[in-house]
Design a protein around this ligand. Sequence first.
Ligand code: THU
Length: 133
Amino acid sequence: MTKEEFKNLCEIAIQSKNFSLSMYSNFRVGAAVLTKSGKIFSGTNIENPSYSLTICAERVALFKAISEGENQIYAIAISTDKKKFLPPCGACRQVIFDLAINSEIILINSEKKTKKLNSKKLLPFAFGKEHLK
Ligand code: THU
């Protein structure tokens, strides 16, 4: 990933929070996925009055990319309005394990500081496609 791509990806993750539907938690999350073809797909959290139907920003961005034919995810940037870096939720870790295991994960805090995570270490003893065999 070039410096330019990194900057662009982070900025799109930050901007995506503007579309967040987070009226119940007041916790905005923005995500952006960079694919091998160089395209960026954004996502934000979308909450629902039937709370459990809420979907996280990371999964929105990943599913948008996959549903448009992208099959190699290069990086995922995730932004919140908090100073503490966001640990992606368990459901998103499962999806990242399945769809983006070789990707770089970049967390962005409210001060625009960034922290990189190793996607392979996110979900130890993970359930994957090989367990269905
Ligand atoms: N959320 C995300 O979008 N990503 C995560 O990894 C953790 C949680 C959202 C879901 C919900 O809308 C709000 O943050 C509070 O849990």
